[in-house]
Write a protein that binds this ligand. Structure first.
Ligand SMILES: Cc1cc2nc3c(=O)[nH]c(=O)nc-3n(C[C@H](O)[C@H](O)[C@H](O)COP(=O)(O)OP(=O)(O)OC[C@H]3O[C@@H](n4cnc5c(N)ncnc54)[C@H](O)[C@@H]3O)c2cc1C
Ligand code: FES
Length: 263
């Protein structure tokens, strides 16, 4: 875990109505350690409390250039402050944090299901799966409209991309589950996005006996396991008992069967 004052290389709006911004940072030490599915904490405001950093999933890792990318959606005070920063300015960043996606060497066929800003976190996973030579990578992306489907071109290089939009402005009209086939045959389903979407993906996978990983979002204080601000209830697989886990430390990626999908 590294705390650094990273130079902002790019910070630009990439979607007008859906309010998505892309930020690229020079942070060589974090980039060296970062893995797909991990996140960083960013201090959006110069005088903010260190406990009010904002968690953002890593969207691209360039170890050679020493840079990292995030895609963030405007929500409130913190993300608004981030959007006002300019290339050349600096931002305090802590990372890489969390466990990341678990990728096994023997995976041959996988399905990625993403929605909203969760799509951003799936991109480095798709890249790594492709580099590992996974033969079949199905990618199902969903959102309100075409504006909400980010990184589409980059995903298209790595897999079979299927799009569902609620208004039908891109791909098929509907939610991601219109692509959930009967009798799927995947070594793993990976999902990141709104809770109802991850719940559907998990139910689909588990009901067909497939393994599934989901990446959870919780409000966070510290981001490295100290404040207990991000604790969530999980099921112990062996005993069935409820236990408590920190999304920032034991997560954000969990086995779907451990998770209670509370909206
Ligand atoms: C591990 C992790 C990875 C994330 N990755 C991304 C990402 O790649 N891109 C992205 O756009 N967002 C991501 N988020 C969500 C992002 O952290 C929040 O949207 C951000 O902190 C909001 O800050 P704010 O000050 O603008 O909003 P606030 O003023 O704090 O809140 C505005 C609204 O956003 C909601 N919100 C605030 N924090 C969170 C949170 N941590 N999770 C869910 N909802 C929240 C609040 O309930 C409120 O409705 C991630 C969150 C986590 C935990
Ligand atoms: S955010 Fe502090 S313990 Fe997870």
């Amino acid at each position: 875990m590294i705390l650094t004052n990273a130079k902002i290389l790019i910070n630009e709006r990439i979607r007008i109505k859906a309010d998505f911004f892309l930020m690229e940072l020079a942070a060589p030490e974090i980039a060296q350690e970062a893995r797909a599915g991990q996140f960083m904490m960013l201090t959006a405001l110069a005088n903010d409390s260190p406990f009010l950093k904002r968690p953002m999933g890593i969207n691209a890792i360039n170890k050679q250039a020493g840079s990292l990318r995030i895609i963030y959606q405007l929500k409130g005070k913190g993300t608004k402050a981030m959007s006002h920063l300019r290339a050349g300015e600096h931002i305090e960043v802590l990372g890489p944090l969390g466990n990341g996606w678990k990728i096994k060497d023997d995976m041959k066929s996988v399905c990625l299901v993403g929605g909203g800003s969760g799509i951003a976190t799936l991109l480095p996973l798709a890249v790594e799966l492709q580099q590992k030579g996974v033969a079949n990578i199905d990618i199902i992306l969903g959102g309100k409209s075409a504006e909400h489907i980010i990184c589409l071109e980059e995903f298209s290089h790595g897999g079979n991309t299927m799009i569902a939009t609620e208004d039908g402005s891109l791909g098929q009209q509907g939610m991601v589950d219109i692509y959930f086939r009967d009798n799927p045959n995947y070594d793993m389903v990976f999902s990141c996005g709104p809770t109802p979407m991850m719940r559907k993906a998990a139910q689909w996978a588990l009901s067909h006996g497939l393994k599934c990983q989901v990446s959870l979002e919780e409000r966070m204080g510290c981001g490295y396991g100290v404040c207990m601000g991000c604790v969530c209830e999980t099921k112990d697989n062996n005993s069935g008992h409820i236990c408590y886990k920190r999304v920032c430390k034991e997560g954000p990626v969990f086995a779907a069967e451990e998770v209670f999908f509370n909206d």
